[in-house]
Design a protein around this ligand. Structure first.
Ligand code: GLA
Length: 722
């Protein structure tokens, strides 16, 4: 039993293997938050909520000046009856009143978990998850809000979302998914920010007495801010310290915030972006907020990632690729860009096969008239000028060379210069009488419309049926503007951005369901939509358009806070690197790329003949250590954001792989040590079939890092457990 209700105390106890989450009904049936943190085995209310008459804090009962919602730690706070901190939701009735007041009515507890109806969500066997639904109601408004809590004990994860229904028409203007009040503020906040080619930088700062907001209004979760919030002790590091995280299972606009109130309490929230968004809810309809994944540990960031990685692998990623090893691929983008030519592709394919590559991916530029990024999106038919024998023939040629075949598509988009736009200009997202705002020369399809969605599903499925295709890269290369729909009634216009996402999920569900064997990889100009929503449909993501190994050291390091290596596409590319102009040794490019789902994205026919044996050897090596990287446990060892070095290791019960990257060579360089983690203290580990060391010495004494005179240097150590 991971969920208990103690009726005398009116207390809900949610327990994972190592954490507890406690709520109580306070006076007047308000739902209060009592505790989230390290597991408490026998809780009796030692940290009971204290009440006090504080100035400017309004009271529900005139006779009790100590009880105020402004100071009560709550689970799903509202605005209007006294709490001036950021609320979790807001609604408007037909009289334009925004006051609401939800109180506890009843609850249900059951084993198992239902999927959300229109949104991606986590899943589990019935025995592995328990559900609590707390029914809250504002009887005057006719509003009911069901608060869902799902407890996954073995992963130390709790997920949350809210479901709205009503007996009177209401407009929802804010509908977050989770809100937690802490009666302490001794935290740092860790978030991630970035841009195209600069995905996910770690940002850590102590909390200040204000609200810090992390959000997207771009119609996509975006590389700019990541839908991930992390609070930790000031001294937390990879190996110790308390860490609390919230992660959103959604790929569109989001709003995360951390608010510090004057009494030094902290409110942490995440959910749908309320800016420019509202939802009209009629009686008999429901509105579900997306799910939020929350985890706690007192053992630092590596343990946090271990919990989140296990959760992603077991309860987010699904389908036949869930546990399957991911193939090593070649991708045509940085080798040919739009200059797709049949003969050149086959020449590269010969080399790819010889090197040991397993999957050949034809990126952008293969469809009718697509010679640059200004045209053709929406016209999903082969350009026979470039590929005279067609896609099916090309795929056959690739298979004859012993590789699988994959293709790039960008199904959510439409180019003005396309047959689709010429026939159906109304298919683009738009606002009547306003000119289109263009991004990367293209418009976004109006996926709020079922006609448009049907077109996309049919045209993409036609491509996938037309040839033997085992892999699809699903791209999304611009953000939303002109956010309106010719298909929606006036009153639903401000629902467009969320309806767009529901439309994306609908087409992803329909297409992936029709092709369950295909390996889908999501992409949004790199890792612009690397979120848990996408991973529910597509088990891997192209981590960044930046393929520079030194930049990738940081990007992959930060991404690994939330996402396991098996989900991260990482490629060896050419030098000078196309994004940075940097020249990096092939060994370092490989060391970084092998730390995820390995690929090669360069003209393989131009690899210098001296390097061919090295690349062959690398590919063979990756095949040998693939189960370790893709299914083992990752430990971060040196933080490239705070120094000149980055390092991590992968560990399973048979092998250890440690990777070290040094950015710049140093004069008078100190002798450095790399201390591994996650090994068995008493076990013996053999280094590259040579010397033998104990687990404890590798973890506590560490390995001496060779002192070299080279920029962008890397070291890789392979150990076998004896
Ligand atoms: C995006 C992707 C790239 C490539 C191009 C093709 O930028 O991130 O990997 O597929 O589109 O246009």
């Amino acid at each position: 039993m991971s969920i208990t209700y103690l009726s005398q105390e009116k207390r809900f106890l949610l327990e994972t293997n190592h954490s507890s989450y406690i709520m109580e009904l306070a006076h007047h049936d308000f739902l209060s938050h009592v505790y989230w943190g390290k597991k408490i085995t026998n809780y009796h209310g030692s940290n009971k909520i204290l009440y006090r008459d504080r100035g400017f804090c309004p009271n529900i009962e005139p006779s009790d000046r100590t009880f105020s919602l402004d100071t009560l730690p709550q689970e799903y706070p509202q605005y209007g009856n006294g709490d001036y901190r950021p609320c979790a939701y807001q609604v408007k009735n037909e009289q334009n009143e925004t006051f609401s007041d939800i109180r506890y009515v009843s609850h249900e507890i059951y084993q198992g978990k239902q999927p959300l109806q229109q949104l991606p969500s986590s899943y589990a066997d019935e025995k592995d998850v328990e559900t609590l639904i707390i029914h809250m109601q504002d009887k005057t408004l006719g509003l009911s809000i069901d608060l869902y809590y799902h407890v996954f004990p073995t992963c130390d994860v709790i997920t949350r979302y809210a479901k709205f229904h009503t007996t009177q028409p209401l407009t929802l203007t804010k509908m977050l998914s989770a809100s937690v009040d802490f009666r302490r503020d001794d935290f740092d906040l860790v978030t991630m920010y970035g841009a195209h080619n600069n995905d996910r930088n770690l940002d850590r700062r102590p909390l200040t007495s204000a609200t810090t907001v992390v959000e997207s209004m771009r119609g996509a979760s975006s590389p700019h801010q990541t839908p991930f919030l992390c609070l930790c002790n000031h001294n937390a590091d990879e190996q110790q310290g308390e860490v609390y995280t919230m992660q959103f299972v959604y790929s569109g606009n989001f709003h995360g915030s951390v608010h510090v109130d004057p009494y030094r309490n902290v409110r942490m929230q995440i959910g749908l972006q309320p800016f420019d968004c509202e939802w009209h809810l009629s009686p008999n309809e429901i509105f579900e907020t997306p799910e939020v994944v929350m985890t706690y540990t007192d053992q630092g960031f590596n343990q946090m990632s271990k919990q989140l990685h296990t959760f992603v692998k077991q309860h987010i990623v699904r389908g036949i690729w869930k546990d399957k090893q991911r193939p090593i691929l070649f991708n045509s983008w940085e080798s040919l860009y739009f200059d797709i030519r049949e003969d050149k592709l086959l020449e590269i394919a010969d080399t790819a096969a010889d090197l040991g590559i397993e999957l050949f991916v034809l990126d952008d530029g293969w469809f009718k008239g697509r010679n640059d990024d200004n045209s053709s999106l929406g016209d999903w038919v082969c350009d026979t000028k470039k590929l005279p024998h067609g896609i099916a023939w090309l795929s056959e040629q690739i298979h004859q060379r012993g590789m699988q075949f994959g293709i790039w598509v960008e199904p959510e988009m439409i180019s003005e210069d396309s047959d689709l736009y010429r026939t159906h200009p109304e298919y683009a997202l738009q606002i009547k009488d306003r000119e289109h705002v263009i991004g990367r020369g293209q418009l976004v399809l109006d996926l709020t419309s079922s006609n448009v969605r049907d077109y996309v599903v049919e045209s993409i499925c036609n491509v996938l049926r037309s040839a033997k295709i085992e892999y699809v890269k699903w791209d999304m290369n611009r953000h939303l503007t002109n956010i309106g729909s010719l298909f929606l009634e006036t009153k639903h216009q401000r629902e467009t951005a969320h309806r767009y996402m529901l439309g994306v999920y609908d087409i992803m569900q329909r297409i992936t369901q029709q092709f369950p064997d295909i390996l889908f990889e999501s992409c949004s100009s790199g890792g612009g939509r690397f979120d848990l929503g996408m991973l529910c449909y597509m088990p891997q993501t192209w981590t960044s358009d930046n393929t520079d190994a030194i930049c990738r050291t940081k990007i992959q390091y930060a991404t690994s806070y939330m996402m396991p290596a098996i989900t991260m596409g990482s490629h060896v590319s050419v030098c000078p690197n196309h994004q940075t102009g940097r020249i990096t040794p092939m060994s370092t490019r490989f060391a970084v790329a092998m730390s995820g789902r390995l690929g090669y994205e360069l003209d393989l026919t131009k690899i210098h003949e001296d390097e061919i044996p090295l690349v062959k050897q690398q590919i063979a090596l990756y095949k040998q250590y693939r189960p370790l990287v893709q299914h083992g446990t990752m430990y971060r060892l040196k933080n490239p954001f705070t120094g000149n070095e980055g390092a991590w290791c992968f560990v399973n019960d048979k092998n250890v792989l440690a990777i070290y990257i040094k950015t710049l060579s140093e004069p008078a360089a100190p002798f450095r040590i790399l201390r591994l983690q996650g090994l068995e203290e008493d076990a013996l580990y053999q280094l590259n079939h040579g010397d033998v060391y104990s687990g404890s010495e590798l973890m506590y004494a560490g390995i001496s890092i060779p002192n070299t005179k080279e920029d962008f240097h890397s070291e890789v150590w392979y150990f076998t457990k004896l």
